[in-house]
Design a protein around this ligand. Structure first.
Ligand code: NDP
Length: 322
């Protein structure tokens, strides 16, 4: 039978943003419920080595970090529920969410931390060598390719920024793009073209990622989109940078989304246009997209949620007196 779960603070999403909101929310007495979603722990659960999350001198594993974050959130009083939200009603408070299980979740505040997913090419070898040479995040994994040869696939701002970032580590960066011009901003293009460590392969699409068992990725097989000619580029690392898709399907028509589908918040805050509804992490941030920045905005959401509830409760108490 369907159950209704009521809480002061309902959090959708269990990556670093959602769990940080939960840790702060629980410690502020809001007894949060976190509905975990299809990928409990978020994007970090599909990465391996993490070297840029502060507090750990040695390399740690993404899935382990998320288990620890979840345990910490539970330890301070968060209730984790494994369900996938299929519908939300933002006419609150209370705000209501309906799960795949049929259960209803009601929160006096709602924190949206549904994250984003890197887009993948979907070609042979991509999944096989994911984490073994194929990555979607240069800031996360670029360091592992010090002195090595890398390629970046894509032609937007992300691809160009990733290529430029990789020049900090690699003397040999190749950008592979399917057309003969980039869509990245001109200033980024100028920097890219001027960089001595970067070359660009135009009009090439990736046919497949190739490698060897045990050795990981060794190359990328390309097809010339004009001539149809096939070629193989040897490489140690390949960074797929063809965009991200924020998980905002649930909120279309209910919250303002930007042209790329990210939730619009009041600048510098996690506040959406609906009082009591907050968005944090990658679902509202297409610029930084780091675990540590997601955790930071999760904390901000909890602090603002606490202030919202204090004000809301005060007004309700005043109204009850009249
Ligand atoms: P974009 O959608 O801007 O670019 C995606 C790129 O990947 C395009 O060049 C596209 O090619 C290519 N691509 C898409 N699918 C495929 C495919 N299947 N095979 C090969 N290539 C493919 O995504 P970004 O992540 O670069 O940027 C997203 C948004 O975030 C943009 O608005 C961007 O401006 C913004 N952003 C801003 C930054 C900043 O201001 N510093 C940094 C990063 C992003 P094609 O050009 O042929 O369509």
């Amino acid at each position: 039978m369907a159950t209704t779960h009521k809480t002061r603070m309902l959090i959708i999403g269990s990556g670093p943003a959602g769990l940080s909101a939960a840790i702060y929310g629980a410690r502020a007495g809001m007894q949060p419920i976190v509905v975990q979603g299809l990928q409990p722990g978020g994007q970090l659960t599909i990465t391996t080595d993490v070297e840029n999350y502060p507090g750990f001198r040695d390399v740690i594993q993404g899935p382990w970090l998320m288990q620890e974050m979840q345990a910490q959130a539970e330890h301070v009083g968060t209730r984790m529920i494994w369900d996938t939200i299929l519908d939300v009603s933002l006419e609150g408070p209370p705000f209501r969410a309906t799960g795949d299980s049929g259960d209803i979740y009601e929160g006096d505040v709602l924190v949206i931390a549904t994250g984003a997913q890197a887009k993948w090419l979907g070609v042979p070898g991509e999944q096989e060598f994911s984490g073994k040479g194929v990555s979607a995040c240069a800031t996360c994994d670029g360091f592992f390719y010090r002195g090595k040869k890398v390629v970046v696939i894509g032609g937007g701002n992300t691809a160009v920024e990733e290529a430029l970032y990789l020049t900090n580590h690699s003397p040999d960066v190749t950008l592979i793009h399917r057309r003969d011009s980039l869509r990245a901003e001109k200033i980024l293009q100028d920097r890219l073209f001027a960089h001595p460590n970067v070359k660009v392969l135009w009009n090439r699409k990736v046919d497949s990622f190739v490698g060897e068992d045990g050795k990981g990725l060794t190359g990328v097989k390309l097809i010339d989109t004009v001539t149809g000619e096939e070629s193989l580029v040897e490489t140690d690392g390949a960074f797929v940078a063809i965009g991200h898709a924020p998980a905002t399907e649930l909120f279309k028509g209910k919250l303002e989304l930007d042209a790329n589908g990210y939730i619009v918040v009041e600048p510098g805050t996690p506040k959406t246009a609906i009082p009591g509804v907050f968005a944090c992490g990658d679902v509202m941030d297409h610029t930084y997209r780091q675990a540590v920045t997601a955790a930071g905005t999760g904390c901000m959401a909890a602090l603002d949620a606490e202030r919202f509830l204090a004000e809301h409760d005060f007004k309700a108490a005043q109204a009850a007196k009249v």
